[in-house]
Design a binder for this molecule. Structure first.
Ligand code: EPZ
Length: 419
């Protein structure tokens, strides 16, 4: 297992390009199942979760490769194995997004139940409710979801109990080939959900209401080949903004779409960071001290849970008392114990972390526990005195493309030790 050694202290400076969005790429790759033809997907980040998705598609019988130009080509004409097995689903929960497309195209699917995860229980009841209402018969047995639609799926009106990103994506992918009209209400409207919906429309689906909580889908009989470029990763952009901010640097982000980052930009600006759009990209500077602030995570356009840990790294060295309240996942504070080992002053009160800024963090050996917690520890390492060793960096490799190289190009002292 690789680890990072970071020598903190350098103010980051320069220009960095934001990669394509992992959380948009995964469902769009799964959507290639629907057209039974060839899809070309550009700007998908070169990260482990994308590799796992390609492996999964190949297991189903697809041909899926990344070319030298970086584009991924997938041919799903001859899928012959309609099962997402436990060994892949357990390494990547998003594998459950094969359920909707397989069911829509083949009227059957067998997908391993994902089970719990480090950041929370993460049930899939809303995915299953949606599929049932579209006419699928669902049986849960031996750790698997077995779904069958005796006839083709048919349109329905479905109200999600909670806005769920994966649930909205899965049911949307099922509904595009269903007979008749489907109305999905209380949908998640994260930019990644919108990118999927726009990609499905580019394949010939008829989805309206994109970007709102209500999606209306007129089912079609078949879909066309797809040629799509994935949106930039707003969470990677946010993480790089936080890196510039925490180190007091001056960094310009290319391929950054600040309109997808409004809640995050607002919080960081209130903390004393200057963020401006320039002809070269989004420039991030921090001229003075970081000031305390408070955030509460929520569904988009609220503050993203995927940025909570990174903002907490900023809070640990900001002047005054900050709070971070997590409302999406029940166990997303695993970075707290590690930050405390680096000298952070944090007290947990239920869903809220109360953070009192300290003048300096100290380097220490810490352990990454999930993707965004790992990013938080990298940020802490960038400002800590002496060196920080972060083990279990594979969590980071699941979702950040060459993060250490990008940070090194900006002047950070980050080294990967291969083990
Ligand atoms: C997506 O997960 C992202 N993953 C997560 O990113 C992100 O944190 C999350 O959305 C929230 O924005 C991908 O896109 C691959 P949800 P997802 O369904 O779809 C509850 C990262 O670090 N819920 O929107 O699994 C659930 O427990 C990751 O990149 C149900 O109750 O999240 C949670 O409390 C981690 N029943 C809330 O809804 C369901 O059937 C939101 O979860 C589904 C969800």
């Amino acid at each position: 297992m690789d680890k990072f050694i970071i020598h903190g202290g350098a103010a980051l400076a320069g220009t960095v390009r934001v990669s394509g969005s992992k959380n948009a790429a995964l469902p769009i790759l799964m959507a290639s199942i629907l057209n039974g033809s060839t899809s070309v997907i550009k700007n998908a980040p070169d990260v482990w979760d994308v590799d796992t998705t390609l492996r999964l598609l190949r297991q189903l019988g697809a041909q899926a490769e990344r070319g030298e130009d970086g584009a991924i080509r997938i041919d799903t004409e001859e899928l012959n194995h309609l099962e997402a097995p436990y060994d892949l689903v357990k390494t990547m929960r998003a594998s459950v997004l094969t359920l909707g497309p397989l069911l829509a195209r083949f009227n059957q699917a067998k997908v391993s139940l994902p089970g719990g995860c480090a950041i929370g229980a993460r049930p899939v009841d809303q995915h299953l409710k949606g599929m049932s209402e579209l006419g699928a018969e669902i049986v849960l047995a031996h750790g698997y979801i077995k779904a069958r639609a005796p006839r083709r799926l048919r349109g329905a009106r479905i109200v999600f109990d909670t806005p769920t990103v994966g649930g909205t994506e899965n049911v949307l992918m099922a509904a595009v080939l269903a007979r008749g009209i489907t109305v999905l209400q209380n949908c998640a409207r994260e930019p990644e959900v919108c990118d999927l919906a726009n990609a499905l429309n580019a394949m010939g689906a008829k989805i309206s209401g994109i970007g709102t909580t209500d999606l209306i889908i007129e089912g079609v009989d078949e879909l066309k080949p797809l040629d799509w470029s994935i949106i930039p990763d707003r969470i990677e952009a946010g993480t790089l903004i936080a890196a510039a901010a925490v180190t007091g640097g001056d960094v310009t982000l290319e391929d950054c779409r600040p309109e997808m980052l409004t809640a995050m930009v607002k919080k960081v600006s209130e903390m004393g960071v200057l963020i401006e759009e320039t002809p070269k990209g989004v420039r991030v500077r921090r001229p003075g001290a970081l000031k305390a602030n408070s955030l509460t995570t929520g569904p988009y356009p609220g503050f993203p849970t995927d940025m909570q840990a990174q903002l907490m790294a900023l809070m640990t060295v900001a002047e005054g008392q900050s709070t971070a309240t997590e409302t999406i996942f029940e166990n997303r504070f695993m970075h707290v114990g590690e930050l405390q080992r680096m000298g952070a002053d944090i007290r947990l009160e239920g869903k809220t972390a109360v953070v009192r800024g300290v003048p300096k963090l100290q380097g220490a050996s810490v352990m990454a526990t999930d993707l965004r917690a790992s990013a938080c520890l990298v940020l802490a390492g960038l400002v800590a005195e002496d060196s920080t060793e972060i083990s279990r960096i594979y969590h980071l490799d699941r979702g950040y493309e060459r993060l250490e190289e990008k940070l090194r190009d900006l002047g950070a002292a980050v080294e990967r030790i291969k083990e």
